[in-house]
Write a protein that binds this ligand. Structure first.
Ligand SMILES: [Zn+2]
Ligand SMILES: [Zn+2]
Length: 113
């Protein structure tokens, strides 16, 4: 039996099994170290959540961090959504670039294999 967890957005297999709420948690904890207003952070998270709620696919595998939620989106698509959200709130481009770079590295280091 092949277990494949597909991303709800690009329909490619998800290769690092972290659910969207854990991704948001990671994003928040990393964001804490950046000089960004709390108000802006809250706005960014709200926008990300709104983008994520549009559709869901039924995947079986559970998140490797919380072990509770199933997977729905790959890291690439999550990053795209995050970048869009940052743009929406007019975040300084330099900060945004730095942030997305370290966030991408952080979540890809969570790979299980
Ligand atoms: Zn995807
Ligand atoms: Zn999780």
């Amino acid at each position: 039996m092949i277990e494949q967890n597909l991303c709800m957005s690009c329909y490619k297999p998800i290769n690092n099994p972290i659910c969207e709420s854990c991704k948001i948690e990671e994003l928040l904890s990393l964001l804490a170290g950046y000089p960004i207003f709390i108000k802006t952070k809250i706005e960014v998270i709200k926008k990300i959540r709104r983008h994520l709620q549009r559709e869901t696919l039924e995947n079986d595998a559970l998140c490797i961090i919380c072990g509770k939620n199933t997977l729905s989106i790959c890291s690439n698509c999550f990053m795209l959504i995050a970048a869009k959200a940052f743009k929406d709130v007019d975040l300084n481009r330099e900060i945004m670039g730095q942030f997305l770079y370290s966030f991408g590295r952080q979540i890809s280091n969570r790979r299980t294999t």
